[in-house]
Design a binder for this molecule. Structure first.
Ligand code: GLA
Length: 388
């Protein structure tokens, strides 16, 4: 991989020996979906697939970006002196946004860079290819310009750039999961305080299988921002009586006692998901600690049902994958993961059932949807690193 990346860099930019290679993972969320902008808990993990960068410092202010995933777009240029969102700059708005955000936060980026990217996270799959690019870019800048920034702040800078440069009101989960990833561990993060602990994922006898609808989605064009405002509106109405700062502060009982304050069926469903999903996430981590995989799996299924029925962020493609997956013996749970409206589902499958399940789900999906799904048996990996 390293020599292939260097050879490609040489072809595009010409090597001078000062280049370094970096990596940042993608992520999958096990449970705690659409809770991170509601002050709730999430439970994601970093993957061993992700994004690579070959990068070097320039002596002027130019930024030159190239992606092996979008060869047709060629080298896209800008300058550290004029960083603004431009539609025609396409995917480079992600690295540009991070460099802009670092400077906004007072970090010194004195020179431009030549950076080549290559990702083996399927684009638009909901496994956070964009957050992976963001964290990677922050990590490259930290290393290249000796910035005094830790990985939590790299994550926050990535989120800041996504919110304020790219116009997507995402929460902190993706960037945090990527920046703070640890092998064989999932991250139990309280998004209200950013307190976190690592929980070992000892799924002996099981594999985590990701099911990709191959229905492309981007947060910008999804109903993501709409869901977020619906939750904000529900919270506003609850606050007429309750002294709370977020939906994540409520227990199920408190929600049931006060839900009539919301006074709108759709908003009530959205808020119900946010409250119950947060509580489910806390219970799921406890179940895992007790080595109670059955309860863990049951809660993941409940999360999926709530995302389908109350939060309504699935669609025929995700529903088909999840329904077909749950029919298979050996698949102990399945649900959509990430923002939704396409992208991926996540499932936990008994080792011996993996191949058969993939074949059966794939066949049923193709018959119903008309195009194929993809499947990845994934491993939980580390956060960003410098490879050379
Ligand atoms: C996207 C966002 C995250 C989170 C999830 C839903 O991945 O980037 O912040 O809100 O959707 O859980």
């Amino acid at each position: 991989m390293k020599s292939r990346l260097m050879a490609e860099f040489d072809k595009i930019f010409g090597r001078d020996g000062s280049e370094n290679i970096y990596f940042a993972p993608g992520r999958v969320n096990l449970i705690g979906e659409h809770t991170d902008y509601n002050g709730g808990h999430v439970f994601p993990c970093a993957l061993t697939i992700g994004t690579y960068a070959v990068a070097r410092k320039r002596s002027d202010d130019r930024l030159r970006f190239y992606s092996m995933n979008f060869e047709g777009l060629g080298v896209i240029e800008s300058s550290i002196k004029s960083l603004e969102y431009k539609k025609e700059d396409d995917w480079t708005n992600y690295p540009k946004g991070v460099i802009w955000a670092l400077m906004e936060k007072g970090y010194d980026i004195p020179y431009g860079m030549d950076i080549l990217y290559f990702g083996n996270i399927p684009n638009g799959s909901g496994l956070s290819s964009s957050a992976s690019i963001e964290v990677l870019t922050g990590f490259v800048c930290k290393d290249m310009f000796a910035l005094d920034i830790d990985n939590v702040n790299i994550a926050l800078t990535g989120q800041y750039s996504e919110n304020n440069f790219n116009g997507v009101n995402c929460g902190i989960m993706d960037q945090f999961a990527i920046a703070m990833g640890k092998e064989n561990r999932a991250i139990f993060l309280d998004t209200a305080t950013l307190e976190y602990t690592y929980a070992p994922i000892n799924l002996t006898g099981y594999k985590i299988v990701i099911l990709n609808t191959n229905k492309k989605r981007g947060l910008g064009d999804s109903k993501y921002n709409e869901r977020r405002s619906q939750c904000e509106e529900a919270l506003k109405r609850l606050k007429t009586k309750l002294n709370i700062n977020s939906l994540g502060e409520l227990t199920e009982e408190e929600f049931e006692e006060n839900r009539q304050l919301i006074g709108d069926e759709i908003l009530e469903k959205r808020a119900k998901h946010a409250v119950y999903e947060n509580r489910r996430t806390i219970s799921a981590v406890q179940a895992l600690k007790n080595n109670d995989i059955e309860t863990f799996a049951m809660l993941i299924n409940q999360s999926g049902d709530s995302l389908k029925n109350d939060y309504e962020v699935t669609g025929i493609e995700l529903d088909t994958l999840v329904e077909e997956a749950r029919k298979q013996t050996g698949v102990i749970c399945a649900r959509m993961t990430g923002a939704g409206f396409g992208g991926c589902a996540v499932s936990i499958v008994k080792n011996e059932a993996v191949d058969g399940a993939i074949e059966a789900i794939g066949k049923a999906y193709k018959e119903k949807i008309g195009y194929k799904a993809d499947f990845y048996v994934v491993e939980i990996g580390n956060g960003p690193e410098k490879l050379s």
